[in-house]
Design a protein around this ligand. Structure first.
Ligand code: BJW
Length: 236
């Protein structure tokens, strides 16, 4: 049976071949930076300037990369499925905008977007591609010092969770691409899908620690495995 409603979760592995580091692979971001210091709400409250510097550095790296064949193939699948009366929900843990730049129209960024800033005081969010600093004021509430990247740190609630769980519950295929499955709640999606009787597929460089939870697995570089899978789906 061909899936009509596909739920896709992506992680850092889908953007690796565009030149963005993953987090937990050898030499990845968490090998170079202390996760507690730069990506937790406690770290931000202790030393906001250090956290802003880390994300200013990351934002610059994001500016110099392009979508790869995996991003482009997922956008093609979204368009093809819409034309056939089906749907693709694309939920990403990534804060880059490579899915959008690859052509995807509706992307749920559950861990936020690095190209936006948010006021820690009033919550107002706006596109922002410059460096953030403690001198910046909020355009909405006028307070200074609280402008932070619009990303979700450990100890914060991920975004769009109601929409995500609704789409997952209504799907007939769950596909996890390029994520190690270490971080919750995303790491729990495969178990939710299984409990709901939804077919599950992992696409990753290598089997993840949770690979046994999936009904199917395809392994190799996302720029090859994802276009190959999409081509099979479209041809079927
Ligand atoms: C390739 C490839 C190629 C490489 N081709 N593949 C104890 C038990 C359970 C949970 C918890 C617990 N203690 C605390 C928690 C909760 C906590 C958590 O999960 N902690 C764990 C560490 C245990 N989670 C949270 O705090 C979250 N909030 C929360 O749970 O709120 C409660 C709540 C839930 C639900 C509803 C309401 C409320 C917040 C998590 C925030 C995560 N933030 C980060 C950083 C911010 C953004 C940024 O700076 O970019 O998000 S951490 C980092 O990890 C980032 C990523 O999005 C996330 C996931 O990483 P990802 O994408 O999986 O990357 P990697 O590097 O791990 O894996 C890459 C994969 O790609 C590998 O498998 C490679 O093999 C593969 N690959 N090249 C294909 N070419």
């Amino acid at each position: 049976m061909i899936a009509k409603r596909i739920f896709i979760l992506t992680g850092a592995g889908v953007s690796a071949e565009s030149g963005l580091s993953t987090f937990r692979d050898k030499g990845g971001i968490w090998a170079q930076y202390d996760i507690e210091e730069v990506a937790s709400i406690r770290g931000y409250e202790r030393d906001p300037a250090r956290v802003l510097d880390f994300y200013n550095m990351r934002r610059k790296l994001h500016g110099g990369v392009e979508p790869n064949a995996a991003h482009i193939a997922l956008a093609q699948l979204e368009a093809e499925w819409a034309a056939r009366g089906g749907s693709v929900t694309l939920c990403t843990q990534n804060v880059d905008n490579l899915h959008e730049r690859g052509g995807s129209k509706a992307v749920l960024h559950m861990h936020g977007e690095i190209a936006k800033a948010r006021c820690h005081d009033c919550g107002a969010t706006a596109p922002y591609d410059g460096d953030l600093s403690l001198d910046l004021g909020c355009g909405a509430c006028g307070r200074t010092g609280g402008m932070r990247p619009h990303v979700v740190w450990f100890g914060e609630t991920p975004l769009f969770m109601d929409e995500i769980y609704a789409a997952l519950a209504g799907a007939d295929l769950f596909v996890s691409i390029g994520t190690s499955g270490n971080v919750y709640p995303a790491a729990g999606f495969v178990a939710s899908a299984r409990a709901a009787g939804i077919d599950t597929l992992e696409i990753n460089l290598e089997p993840s620690e949770g690979a046994r939870l999936f009904d199917h697995g395809r392994y190799g570089r996302a720029s090859e495995t994802v276009p190959a899978w999409v081509a099979e789906m479209v041809a079927a």
